[in-house]
Design a protein around this ligand. Structure first.
Ligand code: SF4
Ligand code: SF4
Length: 432
């Protein structure tokens, strides 16, 4: 039986564009622009200045505070400055500019001699690992929960359409992933790890299973449905337990990590490699050659588009998945820890039409995996009635986009939820 959660949608997965392509290395140009904020939390503080020489993996930004993360150089060369550039969401943030000497000299961390709980968590922190599924929450913080953890849940769903990097990692690096799972199991002090993979990736299950120990690695085949990889949806599908409203998975004894993050943990613990690169899918009918790339952080998107070729008729460019990613207005932003995919989409792949008034059909509520009433938040936010909107739990919205996907009136329902969250915080209203 394929496990699942309530509601959700079945968008066309479009993974056939890139799923059969092995990883290839994205070449790096004359310079990289490494953002000092690639994570949720406080931006890192620069620890390099103009004319400093750095190697691949050298620390260039120190974390500030508990919820923050370190930043490392992705190439070797000279720092030519720190400049403000727009991030993918258009906000100006400082970037360290490094001129490439094309030597790729490495500055990795030494091997860990005593692999215990604290040395693993510390290594993950030192290497600046964050949730590479796109959430970019610092991973070491997740691995220091207040509550006792019952099990690690590995998210192998990759439920966003088009993206195929976790799938390729499961096929190409299975023993490394299983080793990474063991490191996390040790760091959390848990006996069991559940590995949840959607039924459309059975070959990935077989690939990992060859390297698993059956008593401690429990594979769960999940229904192919969006957002199957949402933390709360994944926990429910596997355990039938519900994370309380406003709560975290660790409140009920689970930590969820996705495959790319697990692989980065393997590299950090085993090889001492800081998190200065990631795997990224480039897809959509607007790219001439879809690919799964190994990309270093700080490469301008324009260089990736030049490398793979842009077709005519691209109307939308998305960094991240089509459901939760951000639309880019130029090719100037750079790759960073959260860049799971780059999509160049043509007219036939998007739905850009003007919103019309809500017709009260209820479809948005019928697909919401958090059991919310998105049309109510939308209506109340439009009328500026934030305290009333708060009663419809916008803070529980996971911004999955299912509601907007099915809305026949094309209401901007996710934006309304985001706006409601912002205004609730701004007006210091206690979340319902
Ligand atoms: S209201 Fe939020 S959680 Fe519910 S479907 Fe819409 S975006 Fe997803
Ligand atoms: S799906 Fe759209 S039209 Fe239907 S109730 Fe929701 S907001 Fe209104």
């Amino acid at each position: 039986m394929q496990l699942t959660f309530k509601h959700g949608i079945h968008p066309k997965d479009n993974k056939e564009h890139s799923k059969d392509f092995s990883f290839e290395i994205m070449p790096v140009g004359e310079r990289v622009f490494i953002p000092l904020c690639q994570h949720i939390g406080k931006p890192a503080l620069p620890v390099v200045k103009k004319d400093d020489y750095v190697k691949v993996g050298s620390l260039i930004g120190e974390a500030q505070g508990f919820i923050s993360s370190r930043i490392h150089s992705s190439i070797s060369g000279k720092v030519s400055g720190i400049v403000n550039r727009p991030s993918s969401s258009g906000v100006l943030i400082p970037h360290v500019v490094i001129e490439n000497d094309f030597l790729y000299e490495e500055d990795f961390l030494p091997p860990i001699l005593d692999l215990d709980q604290s040395s693993i968590v510390n290594r993950i922190k030192e290497c600046g690992i964050v949730g590479l599924g796109g959430a970019t929450f610092p991973t070491h913080v997740k691995l220091m929960p207040k509550n006792k953890i019952k099990a690690l849940i590995v998210n192998g769903c990759e439920c966003e359409p088009y993206i195929t990097t976790d799938y390729r990692l499961m096929l190409e690096k299975p023993s490394e992933i299983m080793q990474g799972i063991e490191f996390v199991r040790k760091a959390l002090g848990v006996e069991v790890s559940y590995i949840g993979i959607e039924g459309n990736k059975k070959d990935a299950i077989y690939s990992l299973a060859k390297f698993s120990e059956t008593e401690v690695h429990i594979f769960k085949q999940l229904k192919t449905k969006y957002p199957q990889g949402g933390e709360k949806q994944l926990i429910y599908s596997i355990t039938k337990e519900i994370v309380p409203k406003g709560g975290l998975p660790s409140d009920i004894g689970y930590v969820v990590l996705n495959i790319s993050t697990i692989y980065a943990i393997y590299e950090a613990v085993m090889l001492g490699k800081p998190c200065f690169s990631r795997y990224m899918t480039v897809s959509g009918s607007g790219i001439k050659r879809p690919a799964n790339l190994f990309v270093r952080n700080g490469i301008p998107i324009s260089e990736i588009v030049d490398y793979l070729g842009e077709d005519e008729g691209v109307v939308k460019v998305v960094l991240g998945g089509p459901m939760m990613g951000v639309s880019l207005h130029s090719y100037n932003p750079v790759t960073s820890k959260g860049s799971s995919s780059l999509l160049l989409l043509k007219e036939k792949e998007i739905r850009e039409i003007e919103p019309t008034p809500c017709i009260n059909c209820g479809r948005c509520a019928s697909v919401c995996p958090m059991n919310l009433l998105p049309m109510m938040t939308d209506k109340l936010v439009l009328h500026g009635n934030i305290s009333e909107a708060n009663k419809y739990y916008p803070m529980s919205c996971i911004e999955c986009g299912c509601c907007a996907y099915v809305c026949p009136a094309r209401r901007p329902l996710v934006q309304s939820q985001r706006l409601a969250k912002k205004l609730i915080n701004k007006n210091k209203i206690i979340p319902a």
